[in-house]
Design a protein around this ligand. Structure first.
Ligand SMILES: *Cc1c(COP(=O)(O)O)cnc(C)c1O
Length: 348
């Protein structure tokens, strides 16, 4: 009746719930705590996040990343505003227009990117291209950390973005679907790469880090969070049993499990990169700085892998493939993938 799927590298959200998270749900499933986030697990999880980020910030738990991004952007924009992001940004390519929908029409202004990062000069160009009333007024810069192409903004790069943001009166929202991987990669504190570098709002994903589901929207700039609870409720993102999203966060925050999970995923990406880089016909497309490896390979190789039941994304154009590693990726399974790539490649 049930088909068992082997470990895959299509995305980190293919992975299982990590055991500590599942155990925490079971451990806290012992009473009848209040609904809609009025429970003590939610208060405790929020306090743990404030402690982690070393600041008294506003915290909201939601189900998924599309909601976290689009509702936080809607909170920063009026309908006539615009949001500067890259052409590979998840908000541009993978959210079905949700940011525009929830903001009642704020337009995304797109900069093309080579490595997934938004550059200060592109922001300035988009922010100053026009200043007349016929153009949607630039209001927010959205950056993804780590990026959709697996690269990571350094603290200096975020600070350089903050500099142009201040010069042009723009706010900064960070899509942190893989924020944990970026922090593990930079080996800095979460505060250093967010509010201390100028980020106003962060969407921090638990799902891709080992939870069943759950993201948190963190407003470092507390004024921007006004009425955000109503926005979440109206969008269907106020979980009545929020306590079980919060319980999962408690597990990730205890003993820095979020960081341990991210570090493992990053190390597995590096391991894969190291083992395939010498294979003929395979090219690594972007620097491997988090938990994703993008390769370029002859389509015959990719098709053959798919025939052998490997699941991965090839949305980045012909001959491109993405492999993403997770808290539970194993070297054994990566070895198997590498040896198949080698075998197929040598038959060409
Ligand atoms: C996964 C992901 C999200 C969130 O996606 P949902 O499917 O809505 O949870 C947001 N941004 C990026 C860059 C992602 O990779």
């Amino acid at each position: 009746m049930y088909e068992k799927i082997n470990e895959q590298f299509a995305s980190d959200n293919y992975s299982q719930i990590c055991p500590e998270v599942l155990e925490k749900i079971i451990e806290l499933n012992h009473d009848n705590a209040q609904a809609y986030g009025n429970d003590y697990y939610t208060k405790y999880a929020a306090d743990k996040l404030r402690e982690l980020f070393e600041i008294d910030c506003e915290i909201f738990f939601v189900f998924n990343g599309t909601a976290a991004n689009s509702l936080s952007l809607a909170a920063l924009c009026n309908s006539y505003h615009s949001i500067i992001c890259t052409d590979v940004a998840h908000i541009e390519t993978d959210e079905c227009g949700a940011p525009e929908f929830f903001s009642n029409g704020s337009k995304l202004l797109i900069a093309s990117t080579e490595d997934g990062k938004l550059r200060p000069e592109d922001i300035v160009h988009l922010a100053t291209k026009r200043d007349d009333i016929h153009y949607p007024k630039p209001k927010v810069i959205s950056i993804t950390q780590s990026t959709e192409l697996g690269t990571v903004y350094s603290i200096e790069e975020v600070k350089a973005i903050k500099k142009v943001a201040d010069e042009h009166n723009l706010l900064i929202q960070m899509d942190g679907a893989r924020f944990a991987n970026a922090v593990a990669s930079l080996n800095c504190t979460p505060a250093e790469i967010t509010w201390k570098a100028g980020v106003d709002v962060l969407c921090f994903s638990g799902t891709k880090n080992g939870m069943a589901m759950g993201e948190v929207v963190i407003f470092f700039n507390r004024k921007l969070a006004e009425d955000f609870d109503y926005r979440c409720k109206q969008a269907g993102q106020l979980a009545s049993k929020m306590k079980f999203i919060s319980a999962q966060w408690i597990a990730l925050l205890e003993n820095d499990l979020w960081k341990k999970n991210a570090k493992h995923a990053n190390e597995m990406a590096k391991y894969f990169e190291k083992n395939i880089s010498s294979i003929k016909n395979i090219k690594i497309k972007f620097p491997v700085q988090s938990n994703g490896v993008f390769i370029e390979a002859p389509e015959e190789i990719l098709n053959e892998l798919k025939k052998n039941d490997w699941i991965f994304y090839s949305f980045i154009g012909a001959g491109g493939a993405r492999f993403v590693f997770s808290w539970n990726s194993t070297k054994e399974r990566i070895d198997k993938l590498v040896s198949q790539i080698k075998d197929i490649s040598s038959s060409f």
